[in-house]
Design a protein around this ligand. Sequence first.
Ligand SMILES: Cc1cc2nc3c(=O)[nH]c(=O)nc-3n(C[C@H](O)[C@H](O)[C@H](O)COP(=O)(O)O)c2cc1C
Length: 366
Amino acid sequence: MRHKLFEPFTLGSVSLKNRTVMAPMTRCRSGEGDTPTPLMATYYSQRATAGLILTEGTPVSPKARGYLWTPGIYTQEQIEGWKRVSEAVHNAGGQLFMQIWHVGRISHQSLQPDSAAPEGPTNELSNATVCFAYDEQENPGNVPTTQPKAIDAEDIQRIKQEFVQAALNARQSGIDGVEIHGANGYLFDEFLNSIINTRQDGYGDSIENRCHFLLEVVDAVSDAIGADRTGVRISPNGRFNDIPEDPQMEATFIYLSRELNQREIAFLHINDQGTFGLPSIPEGLIPKIRYVFSGPIILCGGYDAERAKDAIDQGIADLVAFGVPFIANPDLPARLEHGWSLNEADRDTFYGGEEQGYTDYPFYEE
Ligand SMILES: Cc1cc2nc3c(=O)[nH]c(=O)nc-3n(C[C@H](O)[C@H](O)[C@H](O)COP(=O)(O)O)c2cc1C
């Protein structure tokens, strides 16, 4: 009998043909003006047999950028570029949500308008963290992040508005919904962390206040495009991008998940950074989140077909997202369903470049 992983699922207001999700993955291949290219449309449409595609992290404004060649969603040209992507995916029978993103303090002045300081929760620099920007000789490469400037109340309201506009722009470009990037050490994850976030202005200082910014943005985006088209990604216990261990981690993510449950968002996407070689989500936390969040849960991080089916059978996941396996296998759902062999991903072509390692991975042939 066909496993539920390969059966249709209703996610908010979108009907998916199966429960496999393509995880959001930055590939650094945007064109002039950080505009999505026709090649990106080909890449995503090749993967349209996923029940849902989550696009790569997509900056909501010029200040939200932390890497070169990441396609944005704040200019008319970018909206037109994304239209090509959404049309190609829909024509191939797929559905897609855009991951909308602000990198917070993980940025470099060479990427910022007027070489300004990146926007962080505080002025504290992240240690030993790099981003992909221009070095002193103006060559692209991994460079240490620049000292950030703490955003103030006005910035918070502006950034909230940028997320709203990004979500509206995504919908205008035909994209089915958005995933707010609350994971992996970027802006919202920085606000959630009790060691990094030492603010005293109603956006720090307690669990409720550290969740305040993300929840305000969720509310504003939901008001603009519908909660049933708004998802959120988190990475509990994540350490990527110099997120320190947080004694309040578990209580924070349970509180946040309970709040998100009340908002009836389209999904909660939980990323486990264990496959980054970092600590995993502690045993028992995902069932606790499941207990307080009754909407659709997507789990991600190191899944294969067996683990994915098991997570769905246990009831801790409704859908499962695959990252690296989707880079190398455009037809991943069929391969997982039939137990066909998988192509190996080539890490050297993850970021930047053209077709190689992007649109030239073969489909399965017997
Ligand atoms: C090349 C690459 C780029 C990624 N970019 C993003 C991103 O833009 N946003 C995000 O939330 N996660 C990003 N991730 C993390 C993936 O979404 C996923 O969580 C991770 O690869 C673990 O899943 P996997 O074990 O199935 O690969 C990226 C991962 C890779 C390999």
